[in-house]
Design a protein around this ligand. Structure first.
Ligand SMILES: Nc1ncnc2c1ncn2[C@@H]1O[C@H](COP(=O)(O)OP(=O)(O)OP(=O)(O)O)[C@@H](O)[C@H]1O
Ligand SMILES: [Mg+2]
Length: 167
Protein backbone atom coordinates (compact mmCIF):
# COMPACT_ATOMS: atom_id res chain seq x y z
CA UNK A 1 0.00 0.00 0.00
CA UNK A 2 1.35 3.40 -0.91
CA UNK A 3 0.20 6.69 0.55
CA UNK A 4 2.79 8.85 -1.15
CA UNK A 5 0.11 11.11 -2.61
CA UNK A 6 -0.47 12.42 0.93
CA UNK A 7 3.12 13.56 1.43
CA UNK A 8 3.21 17.31 1.96
CA UNK A 9 5.01 18.93 -0.93
CA UNK A 10 8.58 19.66 0.05
CA UNK A 11 10.83 17.90 -2.38
CA UNK A 12 13.87 19.65 -0.96
CA UNK A 13 13.63 18.08 2.52
CA UNK A 14 16.79 16.04 3.04
CA UNK A 15 16.37 12.46 4.22
CA UNK A 16 17.78 11.48 7.62
CA UNK A 17 19.06 7.88 7.79
CA UNK A 18 17.83 5.74 10.70
CA UNK A 19 20.05 2.67 10.90
CA UNK A 20 17.99 0.71 13.43
CA UNK A 21 14.95 0.91 15.70
CA UNK A 22 16.87 2.73 18.42
CA UNK A 23 17.70 5.48 15.91
CA UNK A 24 13.99 5.76 15.14
CA UNK A 25 13.26 6.07 18.87
CA UNK A 26 15.98 8.74 19.12
CA UNK A 27 14.22 10.64 16.32
CA UNK A 28 11.04 10.55 18.40
CA UNK A 29 12.93 11.89 21.41
CA UNK A 30 14.40 14.67 19.27
CA UNK A 31 10.92 15.56 18.09
CA UNK A 32 9.72 15.80 21.70
CA UNK A 33 12.60 18.16 22.45
CA UNK A 34 11.91 20.24 19.34
CA UNK A 35 8.30 20.69 20.46
CA UNK A 36 9.14 21.29 24.14
CA UNK A 37 8.08 24.93 24.13
CA UNK A 38 4.69 24.26 22.56
CA UNK A 39 1.71 23.28 24.69
CA UNK A 40 0.12 21.55 21.73
CA UNK A 41 1.01 20.37 18.25
CA UNK A 42 -0.28 18.05 15.57
CA UNK A 43 2.31 15.59 14.25
CA UNK A 44 1.50 13.45 11.23
CA UNK A 45 3.43 10.17 10.95
CA UNK A 46 3.34 8.97 7.36
CA UNK A 47 4.73 5.68 6.12
CA UNK A 48 3.70 2.23 4.97
CA UNK A 49 2.88 -0.66 7.30
CA UNK A 50 5.92 -1.42 9.44
CA UNK A 51 7.75 1.77 8.47
CA UNK A 52 8.51 2.65 12.11
CA UNK A 53 5.76 5.13 13.05
CA UNK A 54 4.94 3.51 16.40
CA UNK A 55 8.65 3.13 17.17
CA UNK A 56 9.10 6.87 16.68
CA UNK A 57 6.02 7.58 18.82
CA UNK A 58 7.49 5.32 21.52
CA UNK A 59 10.71 7.36 21.56
CA UNK A 60 8.67 10.56 21.79
CA UNK A 61 6.55 9.27 24.69
CA UNK A 62 9.49 7.77 26.57
CA UNK A 63 11.36 11.07 26.28
CA UNK A 64 8.42 12.74 28.02
CA UNK A 65 8.44 10.15 30.79
CA UNK A 66 6.15 7.32 29.66
CA UNK A 67 7.50 4.20 31.33
CA UNK A 68 4.91 1.55 30.47
CA UNK A 69 4.56 -0.27 27.18
CA UNK A 70 3.86 1.94 24.17
CA UNK A 71 1.93 0.03 21.55
CA UNK A 72 -0.03 1.12 18.54
CA UNK A 73 -3.65 1.77 19.59
CA UNK A 74 -4.80 -0.47 16.77
CA UNK A 75 -8.29 -1.15 18.14
CA UNK A 76 -9.07 1.86 20.33
CA UNK A 77 -7.49 4.13 17.67
CA UNK A 78 -6.51 6.67 20.34
CA UNK A 79 -4.38 6.33 23.46
CA UNK A 80 -4.03 9.37 25.73
CA UNK A 81 -0.97 9.78 27.99
CA UNK A 82 -0.67 12.25 30.84
CA UNK A 83 3.03 12.97 31.27
CA UNK A 84 3.74 15.61 33.87
CA UNK A 85 2.05 18.79 32.70
CA UNK A 86 1.70 17.47 29.15
CA UNK A 87 -0.98 15.45 27.49
CA UNK A 88 -0.10 13.39 24.45
CA UNK A 89 -2.65 11.53 22.36
CA UNK A 90 -1.22 8.77 20.18
CA UNK A 91 -3.56 7.85 17.32
CA UNK A 92 -3.47 5.02 14.84
CA UNK A 93 -6.17 5.72 12.27
CA UNK A 94 -5.40 2.74 10.02
CA UNK A 95 -8.72 1.10 10.90
CA UNK A 96 -10.83 4.19 10.49
CA UNK A 97 -13.45 3.03 8.00
CA UNK A 98 -14.47 6.55 6.95
CA UNK A 99 -12.94 9.97 7.72
CA UNK A 100 -16.21 11.06 9.37
CA UNK A 101 -15.72 8.35 12.03
CA UNK A 102 -12.93 10.55 13.33
CA UNK A 103 -15.57 12.73 15.04
CA UNK A 104 -16.66 9.75 17.18
CA UNK A 105 -13.25 9.09 18.71
CA UNK A 106 -13.84 11.24 21.80
CA UNK A 107 -11.17 13.88 21.26
CA UNK A 108 -13.26 16.78 22.63
CA UNK A 109 -11.12 17.13 25.74
CA UNK A 110 -7.85 17.01 23.80
CA UNK A 111 -7.69 20.30 21.93
CA UNK A 112 -4.68 20.25 19.60
CA UNK A 113 -3.69 23.71 20.85
CA UNK A 114 -3.06 22.20 24.32
CA UNK A 115 -2.33 18.56 23.47
CA UNK A 116 0.42 16.87 21.49
CA UNK A 117 -1.15 14.71 18.82
CA UNK A 118 0.89 11.93 17.26
CA UNK A 119 -1.13 10.63 14.34
CA UNK A 120 -0.29 7.40 12.51
CA UNK A 121 -2.16 6.99 9.20
CA UNK A 122 -3.49 10.58 9.04
CA UNK A 123 -4.53 9.85 5.45
CA UNK A 124 -7.48 7.89 6.88
CA UNK A 125 -8.95 11.11 8.29
CA UNK A 126 -8.15 13.34 5.34
CA UNK A 127 -10.27 16.48 5.37
CA UNK A 128 -11.24 16.28 9.05
CA UNK A 129 -7.88 16.41 10.83
CA UNK A 130 -6.40 19.84 11.52
CA UNK A 131 -3.33 20.82 9.52
CA UNK A 132 -0.14 19.33 10.98
CA UNK A 133 2.50 21.38 12.77
CA UNK A 134 5.01 18.91 11.43
CA UNK A 135 4.70 15.88 9.16
CA UNK A 136 7.23 13.06 9.21
CA UNK A 137 7.61 10.37 6.58
CA UNK A 138 9.35 7.09 7.32
CA UNK A 139 10.47 4.87 4.45
CA UNK A 140 12.24 1.55 4.29
CA UNK A 141 15.75 1.46 2.84
CA UNK A 142 16.72 -2.20 2.84
CA UNK A 143 16.45 -3.24 6.50
CA UNK A 144 16.90 0.34 7.71
CA UNK A 145 14.68 3.41 7.43
CA UNK A 146 14.96 7.01 6.41
CA UNK A 147 13.06 9.99 7.69
CA UNK A 148 11.96 13.17 5.97
CA UNK A 149 10.52 16.15 7.83
CA UNK A 150 7.93 18.50 6.40
CA UNK A 151 5.68 21.24 7.66
CA UNK A 152 6.18 24.24 9.92
CA UNK A 153 9.66 25.39 8.87
CA UNK A 154 10.66 26.32 12.46
CA UNK A 155 9.75 22.91 13.89
CA UNK A 156 11.21 21.10 10.90
CA UNK A 157 14.49 23.00 11.20
CA UNK A 158 14.68 22.42 14.98
CA UNK A 159 14.08 18.72 14.53
CA UNK A 160 16.57 18.33 11.71
CA UNK A 161 19.28 20.13 13.62
CA UNK A 162 18.65 18.02 16.76
CA UNK A 163 18.73 14.83 14.72
CA UNK A 164 21.92 15.75 12.96
CA UNK A 165 23.51 16.29 16.36
CA UNK A 166 22.11 13.18 18.00
CA UNK A 167 22.21 10.46 15.34
N1 LIG B 1 15.34 2.46 11.63
C1 LIG B 1 14.91 1.19 11.70
N2 LIG B 1 15.65 0.19 11.14
C2 LIG B 1 15.19 -1.09 11.20
N3 LIG B 1 14.03 -1.48 11.78
C3 LIG B 1 13.27 -0.52 12.34
C4 LIG B 1 13.67 0.84 12.34
N4 LIG B 1 12.72 1.56 12.97
C5 LIG B 1 11.76 0.69 13.35
N5 LIG B 1 12.08 -0.57 12.98
C6 LIG B 1 11.30 -1.81 13.19
O1 LIG B 1 10.24 -1.85 12.26
C7 LIG B 1 9.19 -2.65 12.78
C8 LIG B 1 7.87 -1.96 12.58
O2 LIG B 1 7.87 -0.78 13.36
P1 LIG B 1 6.54 -0.03 13.80
O3 LIG B 1 5.59 -0.95 14.47
O4 LIG B 1 7.01 1.16 14.54
O5 LIG B 1 5.92 0.38 12.39
P2 LIG B 1 4.60 1.20 12.06
O6 LIG B 1 4.96 2.16 10.99
O7 LIG B 1 4.02 1.76 13.31
O8 LIG B 1 3.63 0.11 11.46
P3 LIG B 1 2.02 0.14 11.34
O9 LIG B 1 1.67 0.90 10.10
O10 LIG B 1 1.68 -1.31 11.20
O11 LIG B 1 1.47 0.76 12.58
C9 LIG B 1 9.54 -2.92 14.24
O12 LIG B 1 10.05 -4.25 14.33
C10 LIG B 1 10.63 -1.91 14.54
O13 LIG B 1 11.54 -2.35 15.54
MG1 LIG C 1 2.11 1.61 14.15
Amino acid sequence: MSDSSATPANAAAPAIPLADASATEAAGAALAAALASRPGAVVFLHGDLGAGKTTLARGFLRALGADGPVRSPTYTLIEPYTLGARTVVHMDLYRLADPQEWWTLGLDSYAPSQTLWLVEWPERAAGVLPAPSVALRLERVGDARRLTVHGDPAVAAALRSRLEVQL
